[in-house]
Design a protein around this ligand. Structure first.
Ligand code: ZN
Ligand code: FE
Length: 257
C-alpha cells in the first residue's frame, strides 16, 4: 500500500493562532483544522486552489470554532467536533469521541479524547502520517491552561499524547513558544536539550519564523509539562513519585509566571 501524504498549509490567524488546511490530493478533500477566522481560511483555501470539505474542531473556544458557520455556508462542508461539547460547536454535523475515525479522502484521523483545557477537547491523529492536530492540549514547550478539567485529567491527556510514536509531528494551535521557553528555563535550567531548543526558538522568532509544528520526541526531552513523570523534576518540584502533583505545581507556576 502506498503511503498517503497530506499537504498541510499553515498560516497565522488572529493574534497568535495558527490556521491549518490539510489537503488529501487523491480525493481533493481538504480539512480546516479549527476555524479561528473564517475570512482568512476561505482566502487561504482559494489561494491554494483547495475546496474545504471538512472542518475538524478540537474544542469549543471561539478562537477554534468561531468561523464554523461562515465557512459551512460558503463551502457546504461537514463539521466534525467533540461529542463532549457538541452543544457548543456551531453547526456540528458529526460528534466524535475517543477511537472514532474521520476519513479525509484516503487518509484517516483517529480521535483522541484529551480533556482538561476544556472538558470535551479532542485531538485528531493521522496515525499513518505521524501527524497530529492537538489544538490547545499541548504547545511547543507548553500545554493549554486547565480551564474546565482537573490537573489529574490534564495529566492523563498529556500522557496519552506522550505515548504516540515519538516521530509524530504535533500541530499546535498557537505560537506561544517563546514565552513558554522563558518559563521552561526556570523549571529545568540544567536541561541541555532544553537550552539548545530555547536558543533555536529565540533565533527563529527573531526572524519572525514559526516554531510550530513541533515533534513529540523533542517535546518529551524538553517540555516541562510532559516531563512531570521525570524523577529529578518531581524532586525539584517537591513531589517525589507524584506526577499529577508535579504537573499541577508546574501548571500553577506557569499560570502565575
Ligand atoms: Zn482554547
Ligand atoms: Fe486557543
Amino acid at each position: 500500500m502506498t503511503q498517503i501524504t497530506l499537504d498541510i498549509h499553515r498560516f497565522p490567524c488572529l493574534n497568535d493562532n495558527y490556521g491549518y488546511l490539510v489537503h488529501e490530493h487523491y480525493s481533493g478533500q481538504t480539512a480546516a483544522i479549527d476555524t479561528p477566522d473564517a475570512a482568512k481560511y476561505l482566502a487561504e483555501a482559494e489561494r491554494m486552489g483547495w475546496h474545504i470539505s471538512h472542518i475538524l474542531n478540537t474544542h469549543w473556544h471561539p478562537d477554534h470554532a468561531g468561523g464554523n458557520l461562515k465557512i459551512k455556508e460558503e463551502t457546504g462542508c461537514t463539521i466534525y467536533g467533540p461529542a463532549g461539547e457538541a452543544a457548543k460547536i456551531p453547526g456540528i454535523d458529526v460528534a466524535l469521541k475517543e477511537g472514532d475515525t474521520v476519513e479525509l479522502g484516503r487518509a484517516t484521523a483517529t480521535v483522541l479524547d484529551v480533556p482538561g483545557h476544556t472538558l470535551g477537547h479532542i485531538a485528531y491523529n493521522f496515525e499513518e502520517q505521524r501527524q497530529a492536530f492537538v489544538g490547545d492540549a499541548v504547545f511547543a514547550l507548553g500545554c493549554g491552561r486547565v480551564f474546565e478539567g482537573t490537573m489529574e485529567m490534564m495529566w492523563a491527556s498529556l500522557s496519552k499524547l506522550k505515548a504516540l510514536p515519538p516521530e509524530t509531528t504535533l500541530y499546535c494551535a498557537h505560537e506561544y513558544t517563546q514565552s513558554n521557553a522563558r518559563f521552561a528555563e526556570t523549571i529545568e535550567p540544567g536541561n541541555a536539550a532544553l537550552m539548545d531548543y530555547v536558543r533555536k526558538i529565540d533565533e527563529l522568532r527573531a526572524k519572525g519564523i514559526p516554531t510550530v509544528p513541533t515533534v513529540l520526541e523533542r517535546e518529551l526531552a524538553t517540555n516541562p509539562f510532559l516531563r512531570a513523570d521525570v524523577p529529578e523534576l518531581q524532586a525539584a518540584m517537591g513531589h517525589p513519585g507524584d506526577a499529577v502533583a508535579t504537573f499541577a505545581e508546574i501548571r500553577g507556576r506557569k499560570d502565575r509566571f
